[in-house]
Design a binder for this molecule. Structure first.
Ligand SMILES: Cc1ncc(COP(=O)(O)O)c(C=O)c1O
Length: 481
């Protein structure tokens, strides 16, 4: 008898796991809420940290809680199928002047306001940047800087940085040399210079639809026209539609983000990249490729770039370290293929010389080997954060909501039921101190009125959980209007 009683007696960690699962069952701890920290439970229950960890691992195995990177354990959102995915877009095949800067300027302030829950801008969460390492490198570089750091640097950029970028191009499927590269003031300057190198005022640029609003602003400022092309949230720009558009319109360049598109998260498969490069080369239309999110893949190998399939030097590849190291260093680059001389020339009149200290700091991070470790850490975090956000949207948003399934990057594109005006949602969310990016920002013709883009790069917290809950409630209210 006694033996049986001993066998049936639960282990300490099982007893603690039982306590927590009771709290979840009774609703004291709700889905998405944080479970008491391991240390707090250990003090409260007067047991060791490892016993609490064992209890939490058991609950994790049972699917009741989940660990979130650098944040602790949370009650799992009810296992519910994610909302369906949005379909391929179908913008009208019209080239149009862009008039979007005012809308974006108004929204941009809110997007960057530190008082707001930061779901609007595609700014990396501060925990995702290698701040300490960067500070150490900057301090050491400034301490040891000689006069060359303070003079003009070569217009093409510091050789150290170009060498490091070229070295990493092997992972992109290319074999660039430092001489192929021009460093720029962020990816924004790279795209700006490339567009100016291949097209002029009044020319038509084919873009994905939706597209990153920064591209639309550049196209507007250069007085060019945007031609929005249907785009799949899974595999990017539709080649049939692009080919038809090239037959009908005098397209001067095509500007795309094939790896983890902003805002759709789409990843173009290799065979499609190859076909895109060949199609544009046949038609003699330069391809400007933005690969700013290429290193932020959740699984497997880093995806190749279109430039890897470029046999005619027709691809102008652009990227920056704004999403993985620091947006404020403003270190970007382009490998503009046969347009190298034009881009160098434009760079000279645009910014003359790079900021040497920023460039040396990035070169040092790339060289020291810490960069790949850092990338692995943030890729893991983004993968789980995007999943958590998508589940929370499934939980809190009304029936009829759709959400993308990115395989990299950190933004989600949410299609709300068609009656919901995302500008109205944006205003109401702003009153609640939540920033979101309304869909109209991502289209020259301000389509996607019922869509929003959400930034999922911040560590999950009660504040974020409440913000998604509030957005879901506001969306339901707007549906009933
Ligand atoms: C696709 C894309 N390209 C370029 C940029 C801007 O890059 P940078 O800050 O390096 O100028 C962004 C920023 O959100 C982006 O999403």
């Amino acid at each position: 008898m006694q033996v049986t009683a001993q066998i049936l007696e639960p282990f300490l960690y099982e007893r603690i796991a039982g306590k927590i699962s009771d709290l979840i069952e009774k609703g004291t701890l709700r889905p998405g809420e944080k479970v008491p920290s391991v240390r707090r439970m250990s003090n409260q229950e007067q047991v060791s940290i490892s016993t609490i960890l064992q209890a939490y691992f058991l609950l994790e195995d049972r699917g009741l809680i989940e660990a979130r990177p650098q944040s602790g354990f949370y009650v799992r959102l009810k296992p519910r199928a994610l909302p369906p995915e949005p379909a391929t877009s179908h913008p009208p095949a019209l080239a149009s002047r862009v008039n979007i800067s005012e809308l974006i300027a108004n929204i941009h302030d809110a997007v960057l306001d530190p008082e707001m829950v930061p779901l609007g801008g595609a700014v990396p969460g501060e925990e995702m940047l290698p701040v300490r390492k960067l500070n150490r490198i900057l301090a050491s570089l400034s301490r040891n800087a000689d006069i060359t750091t303070h003079l003009y640097a070569p217009v093409q950029g510091t050789p150290e940085l170009r060498h490091q970028i070229a070295r990493r191009s092997i992972d992109q499927g290319c074999s660039l040399t430092g001489d192929d590269i021009v460093t720029t003031f962020g990816c924004t300057e790279a795209v700006n210079l490339c567009l100016r190198a291949v097209a002029s005022q009044g020319d038509t640029i084919a873009v994905e639809s939706p597209t990153y609003y920064g591209f639309l602003q550049i196209i507007e400022s250069l007085k060019m026209k945007a031609l929005e092309i249907p785009t799949s949230p899974k595999s990017g720009i539709c080649l049939d539609a692009l080919e038809a558009a090239l037959r009908k319109h005098p397209v001067k360049a095509c500007l795309v983000t094939p790896n983890f598109h902003n805002p759709l998260g789409a990843l173009m498969p290799d065979h499609k990249k190859k076909n895109l490069v060949e199609l544009l080369s046949r038609k003699n239309v330069p391809l400007i490729e933005d690969d700013i999110y290429g290193e932020l893949h959740f699984d497997g190998e880093r995806p190749k770039v279109c430039k890897a399939f470029d046999r005619n030097d027709n691809v102008l590849l652009c990227a920056s370290y704004s999403k993985s190291i620091s947006p404020s260093l403003r270190v970007g680059w382009t490998a503009p293929g046969k347009y190298l001389q034009q881009v160098k020339q434009l760079k000279l009149t645009n910014t003359l010389s790079p900021v040497t200290l920023s460039q040396l700091a990035v070169a040092e991070i790339l060289k020291s080997g810490g960069y790949d470790h850092h990338l692995r850490r943030i890729r893991r975090a983004y993968s789980s954060l995007v999943q958590i956000f998508a589940q929370a949207i499934g939980q809190y948003f009304p029936e009829g909501t759709k959400v993308t399934r990115p395989e990299g990057g950190y933004v989600l594109w949410v299609e709300l039921p068609s009656s919901v005006d995302s500008m109205e949602l944006y205003r109401k969310a702003r009153e609640q101190k939540i920033s979101i990016a309304p869909g109209s920002m991502f289209s020259a013709k301000q389509h996607y009125r019922n869509c929003i883009r959400l930034n999922c790069s911040h560590l999950w917290s009660d504040r974020l959980n409440d913000a998604i809950f509030t957005l879901g409630r506001l969306t339901s209210e707007l549906m009933r209007k």
